[in-house]
Write a protein that binds this ligand. Structure first.
Ligand code: AKG
Ligand code: FE2
Length: 221
């Protein structure tokens, strides 16, 4: 992407140019997204952060604040157990706890980088906690299958603990453009980012324990 300099560049813009620091992790995400429309990032969240986020999720879950997930979006929902069986709680941005702020600071930093370097035009986001109890799954789908074409990137952050085994199931399977499958285990600290409009995916049945995550979407106007 060529950068044009002219004498209209004011000192603030110039300062921003100089201030810009290349972030290797974000560059890797951008490279993956442009090559294959998804990126798997391990240790996006530290194990301390994952422990704290998991504890927060479980507190809210024990308080019975989660509800049966639905098909569609926030506005247009219908419950369909044969398609998905997880329980979710939307995170209200206006009432964030300190920890949720820390979570969103990390997400916002990535968004700012994407907007700045790739002109992605991300203006909104929505995130929810998710619990998949044993036996639940989410059948193959596209995240924009209903009326939300503004969803550009899907982000899933896994909050399982260190004891999570592959044999617990609950893999995320992404159907790549050549129809081969990418099988992704929901390991703690791992974040998966993919293009919501293009990649179908599914969550395989959880065979043991419960599968914990935060899922969200970065949206254009
Ligand atoms: O939890 C995952 O790995 C994916 C969840 C998902 O596909 C969704 O909530 O739309
Ligand atoms: Fe999805």
């Amino acid at each position: 992407m060529p950068r044009f300099f002219n004498d209209k560049v004011d000192s603030l813009e110039l300062f921003e140019q100089l201030d810009f620091k290349v972030n290797e992790q974000y560059e890797q995400i951008i490279e993956n997204l442009s090559a294959q429309k998804f990126s798997i990032v391990d240790e996006f969240f530290s194990s301390e952060e994952v422990d704290l986020l998991r504890a927060t999720l479980l507190d809210k879950y024990e308080e019975d604040r989660f509800k049966k997930s639905a098909i569609g979006n926030k506005v247009n929902e219908s419950i369909e157990k044969s398609i998905r069986g997880d329980f979710i709680l939307w995170i209200n941005e206006a009432e964030q706890s300190e920890l949720e702020k820390l979570f969103f600071n990390k997400i916002n930093d990535l968004v700012a980088y994407l907007n700045r370097t790739c002109f992605m035009g991300i203006l909104h986001k929505e995130f929810h906690y998710a619990v998949y109890p044993e036996g639940t799954f989410y059948k193959r789908h596209l995240d924009t299958f209903q009326n939300d074409g503004r969803r550009k990137l899907s982000i899933v952050c896994y909050l399982n603990d260190e004891c999570w085994q592959k044999s617990n199931g609950g893999e995320l399977v992404i159907y790549k453009e050549n129809e081969t499958e990418e099988v992704i285990y929901p390991l703690p600290g791992r974040v998966v980012i993919f293009e919501s409009q293009f990649l179908e995916h599914e969550v395989k049945p959880v065979k043991k324990d419960r599968r914990l995550s935060i899922t969200g979407w970065l949206k254009t106007r």
